[in-house]
Each structure stands twice: as structure tokens, then as C-alpha cells.
Design a protein around this ligand. Structure first.
Ligand SMILES: C=CC1=C(C)c2cc3[nH]c(cc4nc(cc5[nH]c(cc1n2)c(C)c5CCC(=O)O)C(CCC(=O)O)=C4C)c(C)c3C=C
Ligand SMILES: [Fe+2]
Ligand SMILES: [Fe+2]
Length: 340
């Protein structure tokens, strides 16, 4: 059947408000077997790798998936928590924190763009519980087609299959939301008060291919705007902070300056004490815990750096959960007041 059968609920029971938090997704276990299908889904998405399927799929399946899944699994092993993958653990805690801060009749869930919990399954659960009005919040403050765009695609695609389509609102970005900015600034301030401030504060954001931006993806502008606002909140001058882009994938040109290049060059330019904050990641994950806090630290010290401080992501920080609640409530305007 092209369109789903609707759950057997009375007309009056089908108008609940649902909040869907979204993040990228992560493997089920830190093993090559578990990483392989996850990478296949992720890198098979044309939002992420914009190559024709016929050209890319054989390279992905034949070369990338077998080799990269082994290398990535070693990385995941180093950061895996008792409860599971950090990204999944922190996203789940954010979901619980938001649920606790909203009225009981608002249905709060999270889904992942890749792997599980999948959008089709979570939306089916929401439908069964009477959700008729949906607010989607991808947990990426800065919009990139390859992150928030890919997440929203999954929701929009599911709506094309619903017989009684949900009313839909999306928060495609919140890079300048005051509560988010203040929560990041407070996190940096608290860390520096405890451990001392470095010579520079690095804002390291996940990179994207340069051509995505050239074709209209606003992502780097939003990253720089966030960094500027946080720096202002902290009273930092332009010389006291730097914005860079990490996690380059493949051989094409990505956004610059590259975080990994700066780990090599900054000590030679006299920056011996570096503080790094990954303000574009709402949850610590492989890319922050392994690539920055472990590999980045080693690289910085090998290049002559003396002190490397990694400032954790907001994760389940209550300031951030309060800000997320405000962001959600702002975007529910009208919905909370009226039972349409
Ligand atoms: C801001 C969010 C992200 C953007 C934009 C983004 C773009 C992007 N990523 C890749 C390739 C990989 N990313 C990987 C992991 C990963 N990426 C993000 C976020 C963004 N990616 C997160 C939160 C994570 C961590 C997931 C976890 O389980 O902890 C990986 C997989 C791991 C690895 O093998 O390194 C790849 C691959 C591309 C190509 C891209 C833009 C086009
Ligand atoms: Fe990524
Ligand atoms: Fe630009």
C-alpha cells in the first residue's frame, strides 16, 4: 500500500503535540560489523556524498565500507561508554531532560537520521499515541544540507506516506539563539575558571566540502556567527579565538582553516596553550572525543604545544536543556494555546 493505514483513534485523540529531536545516528556496537551498515547508510545518502549512485555505490561498498569500518571501529572502542555510544547516550538524556521540562501531554521522542531509532518507527509510535502536530528539532545549531537537511529529508519523506498528514514545523537552525549561546559561553567560562585559560580558544566545527558552500549552503557563515556571539559573551577579542573545521572526509577541498592543520601550526606560531570547544556538536561523540580530545591532543603536543584543554559539549547540561525548552516553546507558539 502506498499510504499507511491510520491508527484506530477517535478524531479528538489525534491532535497531540509531538516534539522530535534528531541527531545523526551511530553504530550499535564499536565493531567493524556494526559500523559497516551504519557507514553504508550514512555515506550512501546523496545529501552527504553528492555523486551519482551508479558511480559511488561500487566504491562505497567495495572500498570505503570494508576499510573505513575497521578504522572507525577502533576509534569507537576508545570512546564507548558503559551505556553505549556517547552520541546515543547523550541524545537520549537530552530527550528525557526536555520531556521533564514540558507539559505531560506533549509527546517527546528522538530519532536518528541513520541507524536507529529510525524516523519511520518513531513517527509510527507518535501516530499511535495521537500526535497530529509535529515540531522537529535537528540538534545541529548551524544548518548544513548534509546534517539538518538530511535529517529533515527523513521526516518529509515519511509525511509523503501518511494518509492523514501531521501538521509540521521545523527548526532548521538555531545558531544565534540566546539561550544556546549563553549555555556555550557558561560552559567555557566554568571550564576556564577551574582549569585556567589557554592562549587561544578554538571553536572547532565539523567541516563540509567547500563546493556545498559555494553552491549556497550557509553553514560556515552560521558557524562563524555562533563563535562571534559566544566570544562576545565571554568578552574575547578577535585575537583570542579562532574558528576552524574538522573531520575532513575524502580528497576534495573542504572548508578551511582545518582544525587538524592548526594543531600542527599553532604551537609554531607561539600558541602553546590551547582550549578547544566543539560548539556545533550538542553531544560528545566519536568526532569530539576521539578526533579532538585524544588524537588532537597528541598532535598538538607532538607539534610543540604544552597545554591542550578539550571543553566538553553541552550534552545534558541543565543550562542547555533549559535553553532547548525555551527554543521548543517559542516554536510551539499558538499550538500550546489552541487545541485545533
Ligand atoms: C555538524 C554536523 C555534521 C556535519 C555537517 C557532517 C558532515 C559530514 N560528515 C561526513 C562524514 C562522516 N562523519 C562521521 C561522523 C559524524 N559526523 C557528525 C556530524 C556531522 N557530519 C557526527 C555527530 C558524527 C559522529 C557519529 C558518532 O557515532 O559518534 C563519520 C563516521 C565516523 C568516521 O568514520 O569518521 C563520517 C564518515 C561527511 C562526508 C559530511 C559532509 C558532506
Ligand atoms: Fe560527519
Ligand atoms: Fe561565504
Amino acid at each position: 500500500m502506498k499510504f499507511h493505514t491510520e491508527p484506530q483513534l477517535s478524531f479528538e485523540q489525534q491532535n497531540k503535540i509531538g516534539i522530535l529531536l534528531m541527531n545523526l545516528g551511530t553504530p550499535d556496537a564499536p565493531t567493524a560489523e556494526a559500523v559497516k551498515p551504519y557507514l553504508g547508510q550514512f555515506l550512501g545518502d546523496q545529501r552527504v556524498v553528492e555523486l551519482p549512485k551508479l558511480l559511488w555505490q561500487p566504491i562505497l561498498r567495495g572500498v570505503i565500507m570494508p576499510f573505513r569500518s575497521k578504522a572507525s571501529a577502533h576509534g569507537y572502542e576508545k570512546v564507548w561508554l558503559n551505556e553505549g555510544s556517547p552520541l546515543a547516550v547523550f541524545t537520549q538524556r537530552q530527550c528525557e531532560g526536555l520531556r521533564a521540562r514540558l507539559p505531560d501531554d506533549v509527546f517527546v521522542e528522538y530519532a536518528m537520521t541513520y541507524n536507529k531509532p529510525s524516523v519511520p518507527n518513531v513517527l509510527a509510535k507518535m501516530k499511535a499515541n495521537g500526535v497530529g502536530r509535529l515540531l522537529v528539532v535537528p540538534l545541529y545549531p548551524q544548518y548544513a544540507a548534509s546534517s539538518a537537511g538530511a535529517a529533515l529529508d527523513k521526516v518529509l519523506n515519511e509525511l509523503t506516506k501518511q494518509r492523514n498528514q501531521m501538521s509540521l514545523r521545523t527548526v532548521s537552525r538555531f545558531y544565534n539563539h540566546a539561550g544556546y549561546i549563553q549555555a556555550v559561553a557558561a560552559q567555557v567560562k566554568a571550564y576556564r575558571a577551574k582549569h585556567g585559560a589557554g592562549d587561544k580558544l578554538m571553536f572547532s566545527f565539523h567541516g563540509i566540502p567547500q563546493f556545498h558552500h559555494d553552491k549556497g549552503d550557509p553553514y560556515p557563515h552560521e558557524c562563524r556567527a555562533t563563535a562571534k556571539l559566544v566570544a562576545q559573551e565571554l568578552g574575547l577579542s578577535d585575537e583570542q579565538y579562532i574558528v576552524s573545521f574538522q573531520s575532513q572526509f575524502g580528497k576534495g577541498k573542504w572548508l578551511t582553516p582545518s582544525t587538524q592543520t592548526l594543531f600542527d601550526t599553532l604551537p609554531k606560531q607561539g600558541v602553546k596553550k590551547l582550549d578547544v570547544v566543539c560548539a556545533g556538536f550538542m553531544a560528545d561523540c566519536l568526532e569530539t572525543m576521539e578526533e579532538i580530545a585524544i588524537a588532537g591532543r597528541e598532535q598538538f603536543h607532538a607539534a610543540g604545544g604544552e597545554q591542550f584543554h578539550y571543553i566538553p559539549c553541552l550534552n545534558d547540561n541543565p543550562d542547555w536543556l533549559d535553553a532547548l525548552t525555551d527554543l521548543v516553546k517559542d516554536n510551539l507558539q499558538g499550538w500550546l494555546q489552541y487545541n485545533l
